[in-house]
Design a protein around this ligand. Structure first.
Ligand code: NDP
Length: 332
């Protein structure tokens, strides 16, 4: 057991956590970053977060040729290390936000922080099929199964192909519409006979001739993922149990995300879906605790927006500490 005290501790090492580390390190705040450890792929993300299980990232500015998700995260890590960020390569197991300094436990080791920046991200929900496992473990977006159309949709393997999107919410609707820019046709597979998506998104879906909704259907099997490509899915009708095979070249799972906020339940205000509620961009319900990235953003969920909010959290943390250091009560 050890005990450490820092001005700034950051939990989480996706684009939000790394950017918060970069800014606080360059502000000479000597941040400590608890990075989640090596992780277990998408089922349980560690260092680098969700981007480590995607393939090519083409929408992060500054990389005109695109960059592989794991490479982007490795470069971010290298950059924050260069400015003296110290890493704890483990998962934070418990926090106490009831008094300052705040306490974070990593097993029996105790870390105390004057300000905390939470950047634990979110995890895509999966159907639980065996065929999805290679994606959790290694990032086979290019092989045909993905939880992010924005990330993987524009890849050549999906061009002019028939694709499937699973889900009935706004994300599924948005992904289906986005994929019509590349696919020859998109089938939206939904388990009920009514969508959860907003009316405006439903209208856009129904008006798009390249989208067909397959009602009352669930995907029970994805075929040929082991050969690193998708050839089709088995669909089960939820009303009569009948199974059918549908050929396709890609399956996009869009059944929602789960913010990684279990650690903060009962200590921070969370919205009904478990996202940390923030005001003034990155301030949580507890003074001195900032949250950034997908942990508090269910709308944009992009690497660049996460990085942007990590920057905001770092700048606000720096101002908070400076105000305290000058003897005034920091704004909240
Ligand atoms: P939602 O929880 O809204 O929708 C999830 C969908 O997946 C539901 O239709 C649900 O079915 C289906 N689903 C869940 N589990 C399974 C399963 N195991 N098998 C098959 N289907 C399943 O998540 P979203 O990510 O779509 O949206 C999250 C929030 O973000 C919402 O508030 C949404 O409005 C918002 N959002 C807004 C956008 C915008 O405004 N542009 C864009 C994207 C998201 P069922 O309906 O039967 O429960």
């Amino acid at each position: 057991m050890s005990e450490t005290h820092r001005s700034v501790i950051i939990i989480g090492s996706g684009p939000a956590g790394y950017t918060a580390a970069l800014y606080t390190a360059r502000a000479s705040l000597h941040p400590l970053l608890i990075d989640g450890g090596p992780g277990l792929g998408q089922a349980m993300q560690g260092q680098g977060g969700q981007l480590t299980i995607t393939s090519e990232v083409e929408n992060y500015p500054g990389f005109p040729e695109g960059i592989m998700g794991p490479d982007l995260m490795a470069r971010m890590r290298e950059q924050v290390a260069r400015f003296g960020t110290e890493f704890v390569e483990e998962i934070a197991t418990r926090v106490d936000l009831s008094q300052r300094p705040f306490t974070v436990w990593v097993r029996d080791d105790v870390y105390r922080a004057d300000v905390l920046i939470l950047a634990t991200g979110a995890s895509a929900r999966w159907l639980g099929l065996d065929a999805e496992k290679p994606v959790w473990e290694g990032g086979l977006g290019g092989a045909g199964v993905s939880a992010c159309a924005t990330c993987d949709g524009p890849m050549p393997v999906f061009r002019d192909k028939e694709l499937i999107v699973v889900g009935g919410g706004d994300t599924a609707a948005e992904e289906a519409l986005f994929l019509t820019h590349f696919a020859s046709h998109v089938y939206l597979v939904h388990r009920r006979d009514a969508l959860r998506a907003s009316q405006i998104m439903q209208k856009r879906l129904f008006e798009n001739p390249k989208i067909t909704v397959l009602w009352n259907k669930v995907v029970t099997e994805i075929h040929s993922v082991t050969e690193k490509r998708v050839t089709g899915v088995t669909l089960r009708d939820t009303t009569n149990g009948e199974e059918t095979l549908r050929e396709c070249s890609g399956v996009f799972i869009a059944i929602g995300h789960k913010p990684n906020s279990d650690l903060f339940v009962g200590q921070l205000d969370l919205d009904p879906n478990g996202y940390v509620v923030t005001h003034n961009e990155v301030r949580t319900s507890v003074r001195g605790v900032f949250a950034c990235g997908d942990l508090q953003d269910h709308e944009y969920r992009q690497a660049i927006t996460a990085a942007g909010s990590g920057c905001m959290a770092a700048i606000q943390a720096e101002r908070y500490l400076a105000a305290e250091g000058a003897g005034s009560t920091p704004e909240w």
